[in-house]
Every structure is written in structure tokens, then in C-alpha cells.
Design a protein around this ligand. Structure first.
Ligand SMILES: Cc1cc2nc3c(=O)[nH]c(=O)nc-3n(C[C@H](O)[C@H](O)[C@H](O)COP(=O)(O)OP(=O)(O)OC[C@H]3O[C@@H](n4cnc5c(N)ncnc54)[C@H](O)[C@@H]3O)c2cc1C
Length: 318
């Protein structure tokens, strides 16, 4: 038999060049499984219809075994959304093993009205409030209510006078849209923490570096409270662009490119969304972040999958 080796295939010059000099990316480091999985929290919003309420409870029940640190329910400026927030939070206390946090805002309400809502939460067994200024319904410039709490820092102080609530506040890695300057916004965050908040949850962002740089700025400003990244898995790109315009989150071109041509292809969009969010949280995890807040939009599938990728398992299977 002839054992003469066959000649090595010759590489075209461009391929050879790429082979010799092109970038080589190592995989992201795997989580050290001897360390605890990250702590999670999940945010829901009060739905408007019976069918959407069903979807919310399916979502809550699906995420419950992941034993999040807390779950929060947003608060709108209109009276009916406020009672829906209260109803959902109270039901979470009564019927689940979860610890709820109720969002509360300053918009269009006197101090007495807000204090009454806060007392009702305390009486219902709710011990955690996400204290916010809120936005004017339908847009427009915010003007404090003459007898109200003007800004979130004032609300935090007011809540602490009512009861010893655990309080979370909002933070903006890309600066709040109406802040006078990044420094003024950071001073405001400090005021909220100094008034008694113990954690900030960030507005969502799509570039991990944006959040990590913000953490550096917080540390340089002497902020030591946890600044938990708010993660928004996006499967509806047009909707994300709309939301982001209002809340000051920038949407990178690469995200638009990933969703190009998928408007009518729901299944592929969900897969792309999972990959984008998983990559984002894995980069953050590799950078040492061990707590994440998810904007669930009342849907559990993406969030459950991403939590799983982060190493979180149902409590009963531990
Ligand atoms: C995690 C999270 C959850 C949210 N949940 C809700 C919700 O449930 N319901 C809802 O309606 N909205 C919600 N929002 C949106 C939020 O209400 C808006 O972003 C709002 O515009 C600002 O709220 P804030 O609590 O950050 O306000 P603040 O911290 O009061 O700051 C608002 C702006 O005012 C400036 N400012 C603060 N104090 C002063 C002062 N004394 N003088 C002049 N300027 C000042 C700040 O720099 C900032 O630009 C949420 C946002 C986040 C990030």
C-alpha cells in the first residue's frame, strides 16, 4: 500500500491572512458552579383585561419556583391602574411564596393620598416599595403636585416616616432625559439613597459597557448601595424603539440589524431576543454582576430561559 501523505491543501491568500491575523474570541468564562447563582427580581405591570390578567398569573406562577429576591408591580398615574397594582400585590402576598414590591409614584397626588396608599400597603403586609417620581400621563413636562412629594427623594423620605419600608429607587445609566447634567442626576441618585433607599434598579440598556461605566461613576461618587441592572429582553424591536425614545435608553444599530426582516416571524424573533439578552447578562455576569432585575412584560418564557442560562434553577430541584 502507498502511505505517502497527500499534500496539504493550499489556502487562498485572503483566507491565510485571516487565519494568521484575524481576531480569535475565547468563550465567555463559565460561572463557577460552586458559587451561588445570581439573585433575581422580576417586574410585572397591571394588565387591563381579564385575559391579560390570566397571562400575568401564568407568568407569576412559572417564575415563582426561581425564588426571586422580590417581584415588583408597576404603578400608573390613573386611579384604576393604582387599584390594580394594589390588588395584584395583595394577591401576591396572600397566595404565593413571593415577596412583592409595590411601585409608587408622586404624580398627580397629594402627600396625604400617597401616604394613605403606603399605609394600605403596609397593612396588607407589603414591606418593599419602589419609590418613583413617575411621568405625566400622555407625556408633557412634569410639574410637582402643589401638596405632593415633588421628586422621588422626597417620596423616599416620606415613606420612611410612615414605616420602615425597604425602598428601591430608579437609576439611569444613560442619564435621565430631563436631568440638568450627568452629575446632577448622580447627585439625585445619592439623595434618594441618603433619604433611605437601599437599592437602585436601572433603566434598561443594551450595551453592557454603558451599565459598567455607570457603576464606575457611582463608585467614584461614593455610592455603595447595589445598583441592580434592569434587563429588558426585546422581541418586538419597533416597540423597544418607541419605549426607549421616551425613557432615554439608546437602541444600538446592531440591535435593529438583528431584527431586520423578522417583523412577521414571531418565533425567530423570540429566539433572537433570547440570544441577545443571554449574551448581555453573561457579559455582565462575567464582569462580576450577581443580581439582575428583569422587565418581564408579563411573559415568562424568555426570562425563564435567561435565568436558567445564568445558573438559576427552581428552588425545589436544588
Ligand atoms: C426601575 C424603574 C421602575 C419604574 N417604574 C415606574 C412605575 O411603576 N410607574 C411609573 O409611572 N414610572 C416608572 N418608572 C419611570 C420613572 O417614573 C420615570 O423615569 C420618571 O421620569 C423619573 O422617575 P424617578 O423616580 O427616577 O425620578 P427622580 O429621581 O425624582 O428624578 C427625576 C428627574 O428629576 C431630576 N430631579 C430630581 N430632584 C430634583 C430637584 N429637586 N430639582 C430639579 N430636578 C430634580 C432628576 O435628576 C431627574 O432628571 C420606572 C423607572 C425605572 C428605572
Amino acid at each position: 500500500m502507498n502511505h505517502t501523505p497527500s499534500p496539504a491543501p493550499s489556502l487562498a491568500p485572503a483566507a491565510l491572512e485571516r487565519w494568521l491575523t484575524g481576531p480569535r474570541f475565547a468563550a465567555l468564562p463559565a460561572r463557577d458552579v460552586s458559587q451561588p447563582a445570581p439573585a433575581l427580581s422580576f417586574e410585572f405591570f397591571p394588565p387591563r383585561t381579564e385575559a391579560l390578567e390570566q397571562q400575568l398569573w401564568t407568568c407569576i406562577r412559572r417564575l415563582e419556583p426561581l425564588a426571586p429576591r422580590f417581584v415588583s408591580v408597576t404603578y400608573g398615574a390613573g386611579g384604576s391602574t393604582q387599584s390594580r397594582t394594589h390588588a395584584i400585590v395583595s394577591r401576591i402576598v396572600q397566595e404565593t411564596t413571593l415577596t412583592p414590591a409595590a411601585h409608587l409614584t408622586c404624580v398627580n397626588a397629594s402627600r396625604d393620598e400617597i401616604d394613605a396608599v403606603a399605609r394600605a400597603y403596609w397593612e396588607a403586609g407589603v414591606r418593599h416599595i419602589v419609590a418613583l417620581r413617575g411621568d405625566v400621563p400622555g407625556g408633557g413636562d412634569y410639574v410637582p403636585h402643589p401638596g405632593g412629594y415633588a421628586y422621588a427623594a422626597d417620596l423616599v423620605a416620606g415613606l420612611k416616616r410612615i414605616a420602615d419600608f425597604e425602598i428601591s429607587v430608579a437609576a439611569y445609566p444613560e442619564v435621565h432625559p430631563t436631568a440638568l447634567s450627568p452629575e446632577a442626576d448622580l447627585d439625585n441618585l445619592k439623595r434618594k439613597l441618603d433619604a433611605g433607599a437601599t437599592r437602585a434598579i436601572t433603566n434598561y440598556f443594551f450595551e453592557a459597557g454603558t451599565y459598567l461605566r455607570f457603576l464606575d461613576r457611582c463608585a467614584a461618587a461614593g455610592i455603595t448601595a447595589p445598583i441592580v441592572p434592569g434587563i429588558m429582553p426585546v422581541s418586538n424591536y419597533a416597540q423597544a424603539v418607541r419605549f426607549s425614545g421616551m425613557c432615554g435608553a439608546s437602541v444600538p444599530d446592531w440591535l435593529g440589524h438583528l431584527f431586520e426582516g423578522l417583523d412577521e416571524d414571531h418565533d425567530t424573533r423570540r429566539i433572537v431576543a433570547a440570544v441577545v439578552a443571554a449574551e448581555q447578562v453573561r457579559v455582565l455576569q462575567a464582569s462580576g454582576i450577581d443580581e439582575f432585575h428583569f422587565y418581564t412584560l408579563n411573559r415568562s418564557d424568555l426570562v425563564y430561559a435567561i435565568a436558567h442560562i445564568l445558573g438559576v434553577r427552581p428552588a425545589t430541584a436544588a
